[in-house]
Design a protein around this ligand. Structure first.
Ligand code: ATP
Ligand code: MG
Length: 233
């Protein structure tokens, strides 16, 4: 679960300005990292690069010493987990949304739903795991969709988990549920949390502060706060 960015440069289109500008940092295996910065500073883009949604223009990203650009994309991406800023649901059923490739047992599915605090509501719906889900999951709230993404993530059992917090205010209760579950289920995994609220990341091992596609600061919260003129302070 060790992640290293080495002079990573990324832009969304050919010949367009870089949104990651020679970004270098190292996350130790199992570390809990908070990422903060103004809107448009490159937080989500950092994750887009990690998932190879957009390939780097130059530099590289290594996981456990392996250059990720050399790995089989499908296999590699299948081993990372993310709860995205815009939670994704597909037209289908609860089952097909949790387990699109039909690889988990019913017991595993219910266990994930329980840990994601969804078991009760799914049990209460008549068709249980076969409950239909609309295109984009319009029959669910943003918070519920994030909980489904959390359940999917729990099933995946990845060594690396990314949480890109929704910008839109989610209710505090759902937010707390997600945080609590993550803290227990993913205790020994590497976790990157892009935060829009300080309380979600204040107990991270370290916090990465981004600005205009660059790393401004990367340190523990007490160290960051010891600099009265620092960006994080
Ligand atoms: P927020 O807090 O609003 O989520 P962010 O820090 O995640 O912001 P990014 O989404 O990484 O910011 O955006 C960094 C830069 O990349 C911005 O200038 C943005 O306009 C640009 N950008 C983001 N997504 C795309 C895209 N899909 N295509 C082109 N440019 C993009
Ligand atoms: Mg973002």
């Amino acid at each position: 679960g060790k992640i290293e960015y080495k002079d990573a440069v990324m832009s969304y289109f050919e010949n367009s300005p870089a949104v990651l500008k020679e970004v270098s940092f190292t996350i130790k295996g199992g570390e809990k990292i908070g990422v903060v910065g103004r809107t448009g500073s490159g937080k989500s883009s950092t994750i887009m690069a990690l998932f190879r949604m957009v390939e780097l223009t130059s530099g590289r990203i290594e996981i456990d010493g392996i250059d990720i650009s050399k790995l089989n994309l499908e296999e590699f991406r299948g081993r990372l987990a993310i709860i995205p800023q815009e939670p994704v649901m597909f037209k289908g059923t609860i089952r097909s949304n949790l387990d699109p490739f039909d690889i988990y047992t019913n017991e595993q599915l219910w266990n994930a739903l329980e840990l994601a605090h969804l078991k009760q509501s799914v049990l209460e719906s008549e068709m249980k795991l076969e409950t239909p889900i609309d295109e984009n999951g319009t029959n669910y709230s943003l918070g519920q969709k994030q909980l489904f993404c959390l359940a999917r993530t729990i099933l995946k059992n990845s060594q690396i988990l990314v949480l890109d917090e929704a910008t839109a205010a989610m209710d505090l209760e759902t937010d707390n549920l997600i945080q609590k579950t993550i803290r227990t289920v993913f205790k020994d995994r590497t976790m990157i949390t892009i935060a829009h609220r300080l309380d979600t990341i204040i107990d991270s091992d370290r916090v990465l502060v981004m600005d205009h596609g660059k790393i401004l600061e990367f340190d523990t919260v007490p160290n960051l706060l010891s600099n009265p003129k620092g960006a994080f302070t």
